[in-house]
Every structure is written in structure tokens, then in C-alpha cells.
Design a protein around this ligand. Structure first.
Ligand code: ATP
Ligand code: MG
Ligand code: MG
Ligand code: MG
Length: 480
């Protein structure tokens, strides 16, 4: 007998069909009703066990967490909350679960508690839902770029370039595999390098991505990136995934248009394909909001927010305008900001969130940041006021999070780029591979990086980034 997934059964409702399902018990009531979940959907399949069919010894073993194989016939359900149920004809226990020791009880656990048992949290409705949506977003991302003819270029994880300046890096070391990797004093005998060369885990695939764009016109990379963020915020991880498209023959405006279209596309994909999962999170969030004091509640529900974002253009303002809005804000006048506000600052999340949540109440694209706070490869804007040199950069800020995208038009003019690198003390000799793109057939080009986890946060409404990646890597989270 072939196994049928619960999601498929609930979608097709094949009344009278003989099927076999496998999954884990969520609850077992009255020695008769099993709620079975197989992870294909947050909805459980109700299994009805005819009274007297199973002996005491088996009934005792049907506990929350136990895994079962059940064959039976699909029937219309008379109970509330489900359209069909499975009338069991044969129940087989695949794996027992000691109810006394099983940490997941059939009740609502706090996210903090579940973070401590992260190895089991996939089995809860909340995390099952979050990671199904994460999957759907990843799929939609590939589909979006594939439909537009972008080449998926795999940029390296281990890199020798350290010039990006995006954050602190993890150094690669070598552990000799000789069975006794220990010094005499017992310390681990690793070599501080990659076969004689100093290398790091990548902080971004952009520079390598530019090489691809200069050949394929349009590429994207989507892989893990690493930053030694020794801070505990709700939006930073030490290991996170980034989507980085890079486009030749493209300026800042085209770049912003693509980023906006891209974000709307992947949200729409999830709204269409994961409606049941979103409905669950919408409900979950609504309950959470009810616990908050009225003035702290968000104005929109999750689905309402996503609908709004796909149907409305993002606000576009310059960095200079953003700073002015902050300086004019009641929050600034009442000294509500922890960090200073003045032209030249790297905006903090409190500033970004003020702009999107309080001022514009929608996603905002901020352009033309001061050159001094941005990376060397961003294109210098012409005709700036003295002392106010800006670059053709753009960040997309989202409600609840702040920055989700960082992008720019790249400096394609070799002389300007060399000058900027010199000013920033970036060793040119090590970057010849990169500079060759400017030496040989340079073209205007642009790209951006979207933090995948921040996008998942936005779509799921989860407030902590640790809760949207299956295995979070932060200073306090690397237990397995
Ligand atoms: P932030 O200001 O939040 O530290 P950043 O400006 O350092 O971000 P970029 O170098 O612009 O980040 O990287 C591009 C995108 O990658 C960011 O817009 C964000 O979505 C994501 N990102 C950056 N750092 C992290 C991190 N530590 N954890 C998760 N996502 C991140
Ligand atoms: Mg950073
Ligand atoms: Mg930033
Ligand atoms: Mg940035």
C-alpha cells in the first residue's frame, strides 16, 4: 500500500478511498480519535479507531509523539473543524514515544522554550508552518529569476578576498587529519590558514557575482553567508542565507524596480501556495496582539499586511530626506531615539523602523547614502555638494524589521574605483581579478542582497530571526 500525504488527502477529499497514512500523533482522545500529522500541512488528519478494534496494550502506546502507520477508508467527517476523517482498519506502531519524557506536550509552548529544544521544534505547528513557508519562498526565488533568464551562479563559501567590509569574518583554519591533532600541551594543532593562504568564510557573494554578470548579463547567487556578529539582536545571525542578483546594463532605478517586483512576486507565491500556513500564522499573531496593550498593537493583521505590500508601490526617498524626516519627527524631539541623528550616520534599526512603521507605514527604499558609510564598490554620484559625497546605494526597509535589502549601482569607472580603493586603503594588488571587469569591457551594472531570513521574518511575522532558520547560529546558539 502506497503512503498518501495528509495535505493531498485534505485537498482531494477522496471519500471511500482506501489509503495508508504515516505520521506522528499530536493527540489521542477518548481511546478513539487520533490527530495525526505528517508535516505536509499544519492540519492534522483525524483518525477514528473503532471501539474494540485495538487491544489495551496497543492503545496505551498511542501517545503524543509516537509514529504510526494507519490503513483505512476515508469518510466524510461529522465532527467540527474537518471535512474528512480516516476510519482505521489497521494501526501499526512504528515508533513509541515515552510521554513522560517527550518535551512536546499537546499545548502551546513558548518560542523561548522551543528554541531550547530546537532539535524537536519542527514538530510544532508554528515551526512546521514557518519552515514550509521558508521552503516555498526559496522555491519562488529560483522561479522568479529563472523566468527572467538569470543564471544561478554558485559563488564560493571560502574566499581569499576580505575587501568587502560587510562585517567581521570567520577565518578558515586547517585541522590536520592524522588522528592525533594535538600539541604536546594538549591544545588542538590546527593551522591558521587554507594550505598556506589566509582565507575567510564569505560575507557576501557579490564581488564574485559581478564577474558572472559581466559574462551572462544577469546572474543571482543564493547561498549561506557568514558574519561574526557578536551581538544579540533579533535580526542578526552568524550564518544566514542571502539572495544576490547582479545585472549588467542596469542602473540604480532598474535595480530598485527589480527588487520591488521580486519581493512582491515571492510574497504572492506564498499567498497563493501556502494559504493554509499563512492563515495559521495570521491567527497566531492575532492572538499575540490581543495580549499587548491597545496602543502597541499593529494596525494590520499578517495577511492584510502582505496584501498591502503586494498591491502598493514602496515609498522611495533619499538618505538626505530620511535624515530630515527623522530630525523633524516627534520621536526625535521627545528624545526617543537611543542613537544620534545627523547627516552621515549609519541609520540604526530604530531609525529605519521609525521611517517604515510610524512615518510611511509601508516599505521604504532609501537611496543615495553618504559614501563614507558604504562599501568601496558603490558608484559615486556626480555633482554632490562639497562634504556630502553620496553613492548610488539603496536599502529597502520593511516594517517590523528595518533593512531587508542592501544594494547599489556599482562603480564601473576604473579610475574612480581605483581612487576610492586607495582612499579606503584597500590593497589593489589582491583585487586585480575584480578590477579586470572594469579593465575589459566595463558596463554600468547593479545588484542587491536580500537577507533570506529577514524576508522569512517579514512573511511569517516572526519577530526573532532565530525562529525562521532551521539551525540558528548566534553566539549563544550552536549546540548542534
Ligand atoms: P545590518 O545593517 O542589519 O547589519 P548590513 O547593512 O550589515 O545589515 P548588508 O551587508 O547590506 O547588511 O547585507 C545585505 C542584507 O543581508 C541585509 O540587508 C540583510 O537583509 C542581510 N543581513 C546582513 N547581515 C545579516 C545578519 N547578520 N543576519 C541576517 N541577515 C543579515
Ligand atoms: Mg551589518
Ligand atoms: Mg545596514
Ligand atoms: Mg546594508
Amino acid at each position: 500500500n502506497q503512503r498518501t500525504k495528509i495535505k493531498a488527502l485534505l485537498q482531494t477529499t477522496p471519500i471511500d478511498a482506501k489509503v495508508t497514512v504515516m505520521g506522528w500523533v499530536r493527540t489521542f482522545r477518548n481511546n478513539q480519535f487520533i490527530a495525526l500529522n505528517d508535516g505536509s500541512t499544519n492540519l492534522n488528519l483525524q483518525i477514528v479507531v473503532p471501539l474494540g478494534m485495538l487491544g489495551e496494550d496497543i492503545l496505551k502506546r498511542i501517545t503524543t509523539g509516537a509514529s504510526l502507520k494507519i490503513a483505512g477508508t476515508i469518510a466524510k467527517s461529522v465532527g467540527k473543524g474537518q471535512t474528512i476523517e480516516l476510519l482505521a482498519e489497521n494501526v501499526e506502531i512504528l515508533g513509541d514515544c515515552d510521554a513522560e519524557k517527550y518535551p512536546l506536550q499537546p499545548k502551546k509552548h513558548s518560542l523561548e522554550f522551543l528554541r531550547e529544544i530546537a532539535h524537536l521544534r519542527f514538530r510544532t505547528n508554528t515551526f512546521g508552518t514557518v519552515f514550509r513557508i521558508r521552503h516555498a519562498l526559496a522555491f519562488a526565488i529560483h522561479q522568479f529569476f529563472n523566468e527572467r533568464g538569470f543564471i544561478y551562479l554558485h559563488t564560493p563559501i571560502i574566499t581569499a578576498s576580505d575587501a568587502e567590509g560587510a562585517g567581521e569574518m570567520f577565518r578558515v583554519t586547517t585541522l590536520p587529519f592524522d588522528g592525533t591533532p594535538r600539541n604536546e600541551d594538549g591544545s588542538v594543532n590546527f593551522k591558521e590558514d587554507f594550505f598556506g593562504k589566509s582565507t575567510n568564510l564569505t560575507v557576501s557573494g557579490q564581488l564574485e557575482g559581478e564577474l558572472g554578470a559581466m559574462a551572462f548579463s544577469e546572474i543571482y547567487t543564493f547561498g549561506p553567508t557568514f558574519r561574526a556578529e557578536n551581538s544579540n539582536t533579533t535580526r542578526h545571525l552568524a550564518e544566514f542565507w542571502m539572495i544576490e542578483p547582479e545585472m549588467a546594463f542596469c542602473d540604480l532605478e532598474d535595480n530598485m524596480n527589480l527588487a520591488e517586483e521580486f519581493i512582491q512576486y515571492i510574497i504572492q507565491y506564498v499567498m497563493k501556495n501556502n494559504a493554509d500556513d499563512l492563515a495559521f500564522l495570521d491567527q497566531r499573531l492575532a492572538e499575540e496582539e490581543k495580549q499587548k496593550p491597545a496602543n502597541e498593537r499593529s494596525e494590520m493583521g499578517l495577511i492584510e499586511k502582505l496584501n498591502f505590500v503586494v498591491n502598493n508601490r514602496f515609498e522611495r526617498i533619499t538618505y538626505t530626506e530620511a535624515i530630515q524626516i527623522l530630525l523633524d519627527s516627534p520621536a526625535y524631539k521627545k528624545k526617543k531615539f537611543k542613537y544620534e541623528v545627523s547627516w552621515g550616520i549609519d541609520m540604526q534599526s530604530e531609525h529605519e523602523r521609525y521611517l517604515v512603521e510610524k512615518h510611511f507605514k509601508k516599505p521604504v527604499i532609501v537611496t543615495n547614502y553618504p559614501a563614507d558609510i558604504k562599501a568601496f564598490y558603490m558608484r559615486l554620484n556626480d555633482g554632490c555638494e562639497p562634504g556630502k559625497q553620496t553613492v548610488a546605494a539603496m536599502d529597502i526597509l520593511a516594517p517590523g524589521i528595518g533593512e531587508i535589502v542592501g544594494g547599489s549601482q556599482r562603480e564601473e569607472r576604473l579610475e574612480k574605483l581605483l581612487q576610492r580603493m586607495e582612499n579606503m586603503h584597500i590593497p589593489v594588488e589582491e583585487m586585480n581579478w575584480y578590477l579586470d571587469t572594469r579593465r575589459f569591457g566595463t558596463v554600468p551594472h547593479a545588484g542587491f542582497g536580500l537577507g533570506f531570513e529577514r524576508m522569512v521574518q517579514f512573511v511569517t511575522g516572526m519577530t526573532n530571526i532565530r525562529d525562521v532558520i532551521p539551525f540558528a547560529r548566534t553566539p549563544k546558539n550552536c549546540n548542534f
